[in-house]
Design a binder for this molecule. Structure first.
Ligand SMILES: [Zn+2]
Length: 176
């Protein structure tokens, strides 16, 4: 399949569990039944998991803040060029297209960058397929930051997005 696929799910039947606004009165049993509907094999294919707070009406009116769309587009273009340069002479153009085995053997991450990922693998927090997907996202993070290869920070950021376990890496729009 081509391109990113996006899924959205509420944290519980009423959608308020764990939000800053609060007010969820769902029973724990109904929350776990609700979440069990997102199966393991499906979740294993989801690389980026981000908790989103409900947007207040005043924020919608104020409009988007932060980086402009043009700035983000420039950064993505530069990251794509960096990846294309790395993939010169290969059949691939993006990190997403590289088969897991090739990704693990052809290009190396920074020394020690996989320490936490290996720990997560041992603890069962991460599957082998999950590790390949973490690596793809880590390479994308490195490309966006203009680095030659992923550092421990890039891998940990990718792990945090995948597993939902905080690694002390701040999630932000701009990581430069
Ligand atoms: Zn609820």
């Amino acid at each position: 399949m081509k391109g990113p696929h996006k899924l959205a799910a509420n944290p519980c039947p009423c959608g308020r569990h764990g939000t800053m606004a609060g007010g969820c009165e769902c029973r724990p049993s109904s929350i776990s039944r609700y979440r069990a509907r997102l199966s393991g094999p499906l979740m294993d294919r989801i690389d980026l998991r981000i908790a989103v707070e409900p947007v207040a009406r005043s924020e919608l009116v104020a409009g988007a803040r932060g980086e402009s769309t043009a700035d983000v587009a420039d950064r993505i273009r530069a990251a794509r060029e960096r990846a294309a340069h790395r993939f010169a002479g290969t059949p691939w153009q993006t990190n997403n297209e590289v088969p897991g085995h090739e990704l693990r053997t052809r290009w190396t991450v920074a020394p020690g960058a996989l320490v936490q990922a290996e720990r997560d693998l041992e603890n069962g927090l991460l599957t082998a397929r999950g590790l390949d997907r973490v690596l793809r996202v880590a390479w994308t993070a490195a490309d966006l930051a203009g680095r030659d290869r992923p550092t421990a920070e890039d891998v940990d950021w990718s792990l945090e997005l995948r597993t939902g376990v905080r690694r002390g890496i701040p999630l932000a729009v701009s990581r430069t």
